[in-house]
Design a protein. Structure first.
Length: 296
């Protein structure tokens, strides 16, 4: 079983949950049935779920430390609550819609230890049918995003310069230093998390881990991807519940990222172009999701 005593374990696992009770129970069961060597303590932050998630955790997994919020404070704030409680040398930010296979946590910790300057580690994510998810991207730098929004990245998809944002050329079978692996399974050195600071809560849902990883690399730490750990990820279990709204949330996240990191006058024309393109893209996606929701 995972240890409860603070400071006595090798790994803290932080899970922020909103209305994904059955998937959360499955994720917790997969961890507790095969914990890592040295033990782990699990922190679940429940964002005012209406499906009985908090009660189910308390009843089914009393060894888990539960933070039951009275309101939905968002993904970034929920992770910050968990990070403030983490006392182990390593902290894993984990989505509730995953299955962690036996031994996976030990392998991930070993890969982190192999790279002493690694501040964060992502792993290979697969759909339930075994198909690999494209979960690694570059940072949304101005040129890379312009190439993406103008369609050049789709035309020159093998170019590491033009298609540098979505990285369709990335090899998910090889370990590599990367910019931003998806935050579904993000293993951190707890000391690095303290150094970089909390997630920016102005990004309540999207781009919070992108911003955090960018700040991590700015401080000289590296970020790695390893294929040696494979996690089943059901994907979007919480965000799919609010449908078209998520398209707009993604837009707001991107624009806040640009205002924060590219706020100078030199970048103003680029911000305007990217803003206009992302507004249009968000509107099209929101309309498409709304139509699907009405017909389903």
């Amino acid at each position: 079983m995972c240890e409860e005593k603070l400071g006595a374990t090798r790994l803290s696992i932080a899970i922020v949950n909103w209305n994904t009770r059955e998937l959360l129970m499955q994720a917790l069961g997969s961890i507790i049935s095969a914990p890592p060597q040295g033990g782990c303590d699990i922190i679940v932050v429940d964002n005012a779920s209406s499906d009985g998630s908090a009660d189910a955790v308390a009843a089914g997994f009393p060894e888990v430390r539960l933070v039951a919020n009275a309101t939905n404070v968002g993904y970034a704030a929920g992770n910050n609550q968990a990070l403030a409680l983490a006392r182990s040398p390593y902290t894993l930010l984990l989505n509730p819609d995953v299955i962690v296979p036996p031994g996976a946590l030990d392998v991930a910790l070993a890969r982190m230890e192999r790279h002493p300057k690694c501040g964060a580690l992502g792993v290979r994510l697969v759909h339930p049918n075994g198909e690999v998810q494209r979960s690694v991207r570059g940072f949304p730098r101005p040129v890379a995003l312009l190439c993406e929004m103008t369609g050049l990245a789709a035309v020159f998809s093998n170019s590491r310069w033009i298609a540098a944002y979505r990285m369709p050329w990335f090899n998910y079978s090889h370990e590599a230093e990367v910019d931003q692996p998806m935050g579904t399974f993000l293993l951190l050195r707890t000391e690095v998390a303290a150094e970089v600071g909390p997630m920016d809560e102005a990004f309540p849902i999207f781009f919070n881990e992108v911003d955090w990883l960018y700040r991590c690399k700015q401080r000289g730490w590296s970020v790695w991807f390893t294929p040696d750990v494979e996690i089943v990820h059901y994907g979007g279990a919480s965000t799919s519940q609010v449908g078209a709204k998520m398209a707009w949330e993604s837009h707001y996240g991107l624009m806040h990222y640009y205002r924060k990191h590219y706020g100078g006058a030199l970048h103003a024309p680029v911000r305007w172009l990217i803003g206009a393109a992302s507004w249009l893209r968000a509107a099209v996606l929101a309309n498409r999701r709304a139509r699907i929701s009405r017909t389903s």
